[in-house]
Structures are given as C-alpha cells and as structure tokens.
Write a protein that binds this ligand. Structure first.
Ligand SMILES: [Zn+2]
Length: 457
C-alpha cells in the first residue's frame, strides 16, 4: 500500500527532509509539530501552484487613469507576501501605460486577489494578529504568530494592523453616529424569540486609564483619563447547581468612549436602538448613584426604562446616615441601620424617609449630622422612583448593578491596565474599537475587505 508520506515525498528535497523529521520524531508532540511543518510547506506549494496557474490566464487590461488608453503588459514580475504559513511568492503580469504616463505599476491579478500594492502580509495573518492583540500585549501577539507562521513577526507589524483595523471600525461608527444625528435610526439586531422576549438592561460605568503626557512623549507624568463604558444586554434567569436562581446577562453589547457620560450618550443610544429598546417588552436601567449617569437616564431613557438604583449603593448611604446621626460605634446606630436596610429591601422606603424627617425635626441635632441626614433624605427623595426593591424582585429584575459594572470594567481592565502600560490617545482608541468589535461580534466583518496598507503592513 502506498502511504501518504510516500506519495508526497517525490519531487521536493526540502519536503523529504521534513518527512524524515516526522519519521524520526521521538514523542507524540514532536511528531505532530514535525507533521505541521510538512503541512505548512505543502500549503505554500498548493497556494503557489494555484496562483501560477491563474497568472497564466489571459486578462483584460484596464485603462490608464490619466490618458484613458488600455494598459499594456510589461511581462511577469514577482510578488511576495508573508502569510500564516510563511512567505508566498507568485509571478504575475504587470502593466504600464503605453504612452508613458507616470502611474504606478498595475497588477490586475493582485487586485482580483484583494492584495493591495504596498501590502506585505496577507489578510488572515493580520486578522489573527489583531485577534490576539485584543487580549494580549503586541509583543506576545507577535511571538505567538511567529510560532504558527514559522517566521518572526514584529510587534510593530501587529501594532500597525491594529491601527488600520481600529481606524476602520471608528470610521464605520462615525458614519452610523452621523446617520443617527440626522434621524436615521439603525435596524434592530435580529434576536432569537426567547432573547427578544427578555428584559433589556442598560448600565454604564467609568474606568480610569493611564495615558502618556500630552503630546505623546514616552517620558513624563502619566495622565489618567476617564473611559466611559456602557453595557446593553438581555436579562436571563439561570438556576445554579445548588438550586439558586441567579440573573445572567445574555447577548451582551458594549459601547465605550475616551471621555465622559456626555460623550457616551449618542453611542449608547445608537446601540440601544440596535438592541431593540423600542421593541423590548421591558427596559431596565441599573446604576449606582453617580449623578452624570442618572442625568443620562432622565434625558434619554426615563420614558421607556425602569430605573433601578443599585441596592448596595443605597445601603451604603443609609449606613453613612446612621453613623453620622447615632454615632457609628453604638448599637443604636447598627439597629437603626438594620431596620432601615430591611425596610428598603422589602418595599417600605417611605417608612425610612419618614424616619429621617422625624430625626431632622429633633432640636439640638449637631450640624454635621444634620447635613449628612439632609443629604441622605435628598438622595432617597431623588431616587424615590428607583428604590422599590421588593417590586423589582417580584418582576425578576436584579437590584444590584454589580454585573453591569463588572462587564464595563472587564473591557478596559483586562487589556489596558497592565503593569507599566501607558497609552497614546490614538493607539488606545484603535485598540479599544477592535476590542469592542470583538465583544460585539462584528470583528470578522472588519476584515472582509483588505486593510488600507500603511508602511507597517
Ligand atoms: Zn496613460
């Protein structure tokens, strides 16, 4: 019987050497890795053979962009790009203007293949490099790519692909934001029936990121800047192994901006429309006490969404009030706090508010305690519509905003706050938008057309 490795060893001595290495491999791991080298060489052979065949086909020459005369072949020239399997070479016809116009050399086959004139790496390598860079530092991504391609890849090359892909993601977003500003609403994303019937939850949070000094110099004082992140998801119930029912976020979508809540507003709204805020059976806004976030809720969401103030934030404020009023070291303070927390949790916030009113009427209350209690009273009054926790529980809605905030934090923390990391605004923005594309499921679409070549790619 003719073995596979007998049938492929005929013509190429380099393949023969690799096949010998496969046969001599002492361990399973060594065997697989040696066979991988053979696969790589065979893949390159196969790709180059197909390209050579295509290059021989007759082709219709385009016209000169300057004088309009049909271009003429100047014969074959070699082209090379770095691929996931190592360098790929092919010879194809190149043309020039017969009138001698100063136009760049034209290679119709490259154009058909989607290869840009200055491109030095093929799309699948760039895409994998960008996907790795979404999660790991550029140097690590470059090293992993080197393992697979069999050739070293520089961190600068990975950085260059990320800049190009991130730029494209930002331009697409800008287009959609402009359309939205002109009243052109995006189509809602298609959802499975069970998801479409689930409540839509929205929330946001701010995270600080270290940036280089103004001007982008590598030395000097770190500038911490705020990134505001919004999350949109469908709420699902999940029963744990111990039988406890917990809320889970499904179909999670994130939006983010280097800037404050004001800058986030249009982005959040764009995604809210896409995530079906106008069709969802129930919409929920979950947030801690941050004023800016509640202003955003009042302006954009209050008409369609139930606002829920994070229960634990509310409880913290209760404790602050109790400690200032009754002295935090006393049993009396702890007792009042326990009572108020219980009331709040079980749907009697009015009882708590009434108690505060009574406390404020007592003469001889120290000024500092009065100030704290007045602030607590104003806080509860401001959020009166957002603290009906018993009702939210009955509706199966969460009362804590923790999972919303951790979704926001993850987007930034996991990649942008490594030890010693400092970002330029442009570099940060490009990678941020790649990460967003990744978590929002639009990453592959970014690479369906080749990236605009820059000297680094
Ligand atoms: Zn011409």
């Amino acid at each position: 019987m003719l073995c596979l490795h007998d049938s492929i060893r005929d013509d190429d001595p380099s393949v023969q050497r690799l096949l010998c290495a496969v046969e001599d491999a002492p361990s399973l791991t060594a065997l697989i890795l040696a066979a991988w080298q053979v696969a790589r060489v065979l893949t390159v052979h196969l790709v180059e053979a197909v390209l050579a065949e295509r290059a021989r086909r007759p082709l219709a020459w385009p016209r000169c962009p300057q004088c309009g005369v049909v271009l003429r072949s100047k014969g074959f020239a070699t082209r090379q790009v770095m691929s996931l399997f190592g360098p790929i070479r092919w010879r194809r016809r190149v043309g020039r203007c017969p009138h001698g116009c100063a136009i760049p050399q034209v290679a119709p086959l490259d154009e058909t293949l989607g290869v840009q004139p200055q491109q030095r790496t093929s799309g699948e390598l760039q895409q994998l490099g960008c996907a790795l860079a979404v999660f790991v530092p550029f140097a690590t991504a470059a090293r992993l790519l080197g393992w697979y391609s069999g050739r070293p890849v520089s961190p600068q090359a990975v950085w260059g692909w990320v800049q190009a892909a991130g730029q494209r993601a930002m331009e697409t977003l800008q287009k959609h934001l402009q359309a939205l500003a002109q009243g052109d609403l995006p189509a809602p994303e298609a959802l499975a029936a069970d998801l479409a019937a689930a409540p839509l939850v929205l929330g946001a949070d701010g995270v600080m990121v270290p940036f280089r000094p103004t001007g982008g110099q590598p030395t000097g004082k770190t500038r911490w800047q705020e990134i505001t992140v919004g999350v949109l998801a469908r709420l699902g119930q999940h029963r744990t192994r111990t039988g406890k029912v917990v809320t889970r976020l499904h179909h999670r979508r994130l939006v983010a901006v280097l800037g404050d809540v004001e800058a986030l507003k249009p982005r959040l709204w764009l995604e809210a429309v896409r995530q079906g805020i106008r069709q969802a059976p129930q919409v929920v806004w979950l947030s801690d006490g941050a004023r800016g976030l509640w202003r955003l809720y009042e302006e954009r969401l209050a008409a369609s969404a139930v606002g829920i103030l994070d229960f634990y934030h509310a409880v913290q404020s209760l404790w602050k009030g109790a400690a200032a009023w009754l002295d935090g070291r006393t049993t009396q303070a702890r007792r009042w706090f326990g009572w108020a927390r219980h009331r709040l949790r079980h749907g009697q916030p009015d009882g708590v508010v009434a108690d505060l009113v009574e406390a404020l009427e007592v003469e001889g209350l120290p000024d500092s305690a009065r100030d704290t209690l007045t602030a607590l009273y104003a806080y509860l009054e401001r959020h009166r519509e957002h603290i009906d926790y018993a009702q939210y529980k009955d509706l199966g809605l969460p009362i804590g905003s923790g999972m919303v905030e951790s979704a926001c934090k993850w987007l930034i923390q996991q990649r942008f706050k490594g030890v010693g990391m400092r970002w330029s605004e442009t570099g940060f923005n490009h990678l941020l938008h790649l990460r967003l594309a990744w978590v929002n499921g639009s990453f592959e679409a970014l690479f369906q057309v080749p990236l605009q070549a820059s000297p680094n790619t």
